[in-house]
Design a protein around this ligand. Structure first.
Ligand code: 13P
Length: 287
């Protein structure tokens, strides 16, 4: 199988984005993999620190290894939004293919210092590193009751991004250009700042990453990919589809106690969402 770096280079050249789909347990993985297999797409499975603790880092690695072997698909595993060097080290040693260091709350100098250390360790193990400059709006619920607008000062500055990339040696860069984690009640959220993205892409040659992909209007996604976005992260849309269908199944089958019977439909709901995203990201038949 070709490496993740190969697929990032291919995405940049051919202007598509690899979907990163986060999961909390095996049921969602089943839906995500079914979508990737149907559409012959490369994918990245993602676990946040919380998700990786729930699933188990070594268990997640073992799962991905077997899925790769069974399907022959380029399936990779990323540790999403890790906040400490120690946790990243654990994931690298466990066998993750990629790690994302989120030093966005730190002063730029400190972010650069730790990112550099992460990149040096990752390089030794052949692991891809995602860095981050700028901040994404987020809160625990991910379902905002009001319209969410990202603060101007949280957007990535192109000068900071250029300096960060030059000093750290990361492989791909997450940029804050108007998206946020979760979805709000306005429907057509968020408002991607394409001008800002263009400015960053002119100064940074690395593949760029868009977080907060749920609820992003289709035309904004297509334009962002055209401007250099090579990976898009999706979590909330999967959680929503899975949880809503599970609630419905338990409600209409009050006496059903066999998990594989009531979980089949929520898995199917995840497959449908992921297939939609893969088509939108243009990664069909890119495996
Ligand atoms: P959403 O929950 O908005 O899809 O964002 C996911 C994400 O960016 C994970 O890093």
């Amino acid at each position: 199988m070709k490496t993740l770096k190969y697929y990032f280079a291919k995405a940049k050249k051919e202007k598509f984005a690899i979907g990163q789909f986060n999961f909390s347990d095996w049921s969602q993985v089943k839906g995500i993999i079914a979508a990737a297999a149907n559409l012959k797409s490369p994918i990245i499975l993602g676990t946040s620190e919380g998700e990786s603790k729930f699933v188990g880092s070594q268990e997640a690695v073992a799962m991905v290894k077997i899925l790769r072997r069974k399907t022959g698909l380029p399936i990779f595993l990323n540790l999403d939004h890790a906040k400490s060097f120690e946790y990243i080290k654990e994931a690298i040693l466990a066998g993750y293919d990629m790690v994302h260091f989120d030093g966005s709350k730190l002063p730029l100098e400190e972010n650069i210092k730790i990112s550099k250390k992460v990149a040096a360790l990752a390089k030794k193990h052949g692991v891809v590193v995602e860095g981050e400059v700028g901040r994404f709006g987020t809160d625990a619920s991910r379902l905002y009751k009001e319209k969410f607008e990202i603060k101007e000062e949280d957007l990535t500055s192109s000068a900071d991004a250029q300096l960060y990339v030059k000093k750290t040696g990361v492989d791909v860069l997450a940029v804050s250009v108007g998206t946020f984690h979760g979805i709000d009640n306005s429907g057509a959220s968020p408002n991607i700042r394409l001008e800002r993205l263009k400015e960053i892409a002119e100064k940074v040659a690395l593949p760029l990453v868009l977080h907060g992909g749920s609820g992003t209007p289709e035309k904004d996604v297509a334009q962002a990919i055209g401007l250099g976005i090579c990976k898009i992260n999706i979590n909330t849309d999967i959680r929503l589809a899975f949880s809503a269908r599970l609630r419905k199944m338990l409600e209409i089958n009050k006496d059903e106690i066999t998990p594989y019977k009531y979980l089949a439909e929520p898995i199917e709901a995840v497959r449908a969402v992921v297939e939609e995203k893969i088509k939108l990201f243009g990664s069909v038949s890119k495996a």
